[in-house]
Design a protein around this ligand. Structure first.
Ligand SMILES: Cc1cc2nc3c(=O)[nH]c(=O)nc-3n(C[C@H](O)[C@H](O)[C@H](O)COP(=O)(O)OP(=O)(O)OC[C@H]3O[C@@H](n4cnc5c(N)ncnc54)[C@H](O)[C@@H]3O)c2cc1C
Length: 341
């Protein structure tokens, strides 16, 4: 029997940020990855402390940004790569009124800069507002490097975790005995017999990869209806959509059409769609993640409901969960699974 401190089920932001806490604190663990592309892997990687519809901010935004920066520099310590792209979000104003509202709100909300910007390569007659402290994560590198690190250090088990093989009495799975198990499966939690009832709902998001005939200057992240930013020399990310209704596992052509039309509205030159991708955000009605222990099996934990902010929520609440398990810290009541019991 192999004995470990933890088993983690999943390989998205929730799982990997929790795995980082275990690496950092020298805990023994195995992480199960079934090898499907997670919602995290298709995410844009945007780190945004502002709400760009209402020009406000949200719960713990500054703490989450500071904590994420610290975590990314810790990860850089063992992967030797920086994943933080410090290019700000520019929000394109629809009209003069929006610009005035932003200016007014910028007096109260430090994330909204009153330093307006005009971009030459897109239509922005009213200019753009800059979001202070916004950035992007280099998503592909982050996942590729962390998964390689886990594999090299014998933490990775590349198979689907089979719930039927758990022995709840001895805390074993096949020939592994664990102290705690963390379920971080995103929307696949619906297949998990211990936590299938948690109130997460799928919100499907599509994005495009496009080749632009003329580059957008300065590698900014630009937001009008959706976000656009460069993935490499020629290819840009454009997305994502939100859809609670169409939850089938196929590309939805109406979402693709919406994206193409929205891009054509503000990008004045030719572009070519080279790829369409989609994923399912695990969302919760009260917009808070779900973290907590099973009511009967006290060493079984769920970490889910990261919503549209997988990176900030994933990192911040992985730390809260780790400190709860190892140092007796309280799980933030706003995210505690107990709020539904
Ligand atoms: C189009 C789109 C764009 C987005 N953009 C952003 C963004 O810019 N910034 C941001 O912060 N967030 C963004 N998000 C949200 C973010 O992606 C989600 O919050 C996040 O992916 C949720 O992470 P997770 O780890 O909970 O789940 P997931 O990413 O879905 O990961 C769960 C993983 O667990 C694996 N798994 C499940 N069951 C098992 C099992 N039994 N055995 C083994 N493995 C299993 C699954 O295969 C999956 O890979 C975006 C989402 C979408 C769809």
């Amino acid at each position: 029997m192999k004995k470990v401190d933890y088993i983690i089920v999943g390989d998205g932001y929730a799982a990997l940020f929790f795995a980082h806490q275990l690496i950092k604190n020298n805990k023994s663990f195995y992480l199960f990855s079934e090898g499907k592309k997670s919602a995290s892997f298709v995410s844009a990687g945007i780190i945004n402390p502002a709400v760009l519809k209402r020009f406000t901010t949200f719960w713990l935004a500054q703490e989450q940004i500071d904590s994420l920066k610290k975590t990314l520099s810790e990860i850089e310590g063992y992967t030797h790569k920086n994943y933080l792209i410090e290019k700000p979000i520019l929000r394109v104003f629809h009209d003069e009124k929006e610009k005035e509202l932003w200016l007014k709100k910028s007096n109260e909300i430090s994330f909204l800069s009153n330093d307006f910007i005009k971009i030459n390569s897109i239509k922005n007659p009213f200019g753009c507002g800059k979001v202070n402290h916004s950035a992007r994560l280099s998503v592909r590198d982050f996942f590729t490097d962390l998964m390689n690190y886990l594999e090299k250090n014998s933490h990775l088990i590349k198979e689907k975790f089979d719930y039927n093989l758990v022995n709840t009495e001895n805390s074993t799975y096949k020939d592994i005995q664990f102290k705690n198990i963390i379920f971080a499966e995103g929307m696949a939690v619906k297949e998990n017999p211990y936590f299938s009832e948690i109130p997460v709902e799928a919100n499907k998001g599509h994005h495009l990869e496009v080749k632009l005939s003329e580059k957008i200057e300065d590698d900014f992240t630009i937001k009008k209806k959706h976000f656009i930013f460069p993935l490499n020399e020629n290819t840009y990310y454009y997305g994502g959509t939100y859809d609670r209704e169409q939850t089938h596992h196929k590309i939805d052509n109406s979402a693709v059409e919406k994206l193409i039309n929205a891009l054509a509205e503000f990008y004045p030159n030719d572009f070519e769609v080279t790829q369409v991708k989609f994923g399912f955000r695990p969302t919760v009605k009260d917009r808070r993640p779900i973290v907590g222990a099973h009511s009967e099996f006290k060493n079984f934990y769920v970490f889910n409901g990261l919503g549209a902010r997988g990176i900030l929520n994933g990192n911040y609440f992985a730390i809260n969960l780790y400190n709860h398990l190892e140092n007796g810290e309280e799980i933030h009541p706003e995210v505690d699974l107990k709020r539904f019991q």
